[in-house]
Ligand binder design. Structure first.
Ligand code: SF4
Ligand code: SF4
Length: 347
């Protein structure tokens, strides 16, 4: 028998700005959504689940990840309830359910906690730099080591267990029978969606936004590889120098456009911005910009006299790696890709 939790909507309201009182269940949003199908219908169904307090059904659902937040449903809602924002709020809420540490929920719900976590990371980086006398070579060496350790640790300790919990809630607990062969033969879906996010092309008039996201994902992942494994800040290879400049340039130019969109609120997706959205775009912008400048200052032989720049880059990198990637909006990218894979298994 379904368990009903009446206070669910108050809980989900802390993750976004949907007006439950305004919705009169007309179904316009579902009729408008170009990604909603008879087999997988949303967002009205998600509104109903939330209003009725069907927490377990929501946890087992992959539908919030099927929405790419084009905002069409919000534009057509006669009651201005903002169903697109509900889907976004549900993604944040689901992340908090998947996260075994409980930190995602805490950080999503409290901007003060997020700033406190950011300040702690800044203090750790600063005191470490102080303890080594701001010695540039040591900072560069430890910064590079940190990148490798952070990628491995965050992946193994936080992200993979959370993906396993997502699998448990959506496939194992609802007792969906899936053969081992299907897990293997469907694995390509995971990588196709991870690298292309091609489902977003199904949203009306979304081609430019899809292209920006596609460029950003490829540039971000390649920059990570170039910095961590090709040692961009120390290499002598001209090819890697230029590659790093191009990739970091794409990252900060595309994210600058996202930041301005959110300031101008000129797209449906940018109209409602929660603190987690700001942290994501601003820190990604800073990641691209500071890495570009660090390499540029190395090339001009100016970094030794401008160590503050590397310290800034190291701080942004550390905050990104230990807060935004495991507990913030970055992991939407991961969960959405797994949602497409799990959805294929379920079908
Ligand atoms: S969110 Fe708006 S469009 Fe959707 S069912 Fe409610 S009132 Fe209708
Ligand atoms: S925001 Fe776009 S993709 Fe998401 S439910 Fe609304 S219409 Fe569908």
């Amino acid at each position: 028998m379904a368990v009903i939790r009446p206070e669910l909507r108050q809980d989900i309201r802390k993750y976004g700005n949907f007006d439950f009182a305004a919705c009169y269940n007309c179904g316009n949003c579902t009729a408008t959504c170009s990604l909603s199908t008879p087999e997988s219908s949303f967002p009205r169904e998600m509104v109903r689940y939330t209003t009725l307090g069907l927490e377990e059904d929501l946890k087992a659902s992959l539908k919030p990840w099927e929405c790419y937040y084009c905002g069409e449903c919000t534009a057509q809602c006669p009651r201005e309830a903002d169903p697109g924002e509900l889907m976004m709020s549900l993604r944040r809420w689901l992340m908090a359910q998947y996260d075994w540490t409980g930190l995602s929920g805490l950080l999503y719900k409290s901007m003060g906690m997020t700033w406190a976590a950011m300040m702690v990371v800044f203090a750790v980086v600063f005191f470490f730099a102080y303890s080594v006398g701001f010695h540039l070579e040591t900072l560069l060496h430890v910064g590079h080591l940190f990148e490798r350790i952070a990628i491995g640790t965050v992946g193994v300790v936080i992200l993979m267990p959370n993906v396993i919990r997502m699998w448990y809630f959506t496939i194992l607990k609802p007792k969906i029978p899936v053969s081992f062969k299907k897990y293997v033969t469907s694995i390509g879906t995971l990588f196709v969606h991870m690298f292309t996010q091609k489902r977003a092309l199904g949203c009306d008039d979304n081609q430019l936004r899809w292209l920006e996201h596609f460029l950003l994902v490829i540039a971000y992942l390649s920059l990570l590889f170039t910095t961590v494994f090709l040692n961009w800040f120390s290499t002598e290879s001209l090819f890697i120098h230029v590659l790093g400049y191009v990739l970091s340039g794409i990252v900060f130019i595309v994210t600058a456009d996202f930041v301005f969109s959110r300031i101008r609120k000129n797209k449906a997706v940018a109209k409602q911005s929660q603190p987690s959205d700001w942290f994501f775009v601003v820190w990604l912008f800073l990641m691209g910009l500071t890495s570009f400048l660090v390499r540029f200052f190395i090339d001009l032989d100016l970094l030794e006299t401008n160590k503050w720049l590397y310290l800034l880059h190291f701080t942004v990198l550390a905050q990104w790696a230990v807060i935004i990637v495991p507990f913030g909006k970055w992991s939407h990218f991961l969960y959405r890709s797994f949602a497409m894979y799990f959805d294929k298994l379920k079908r």
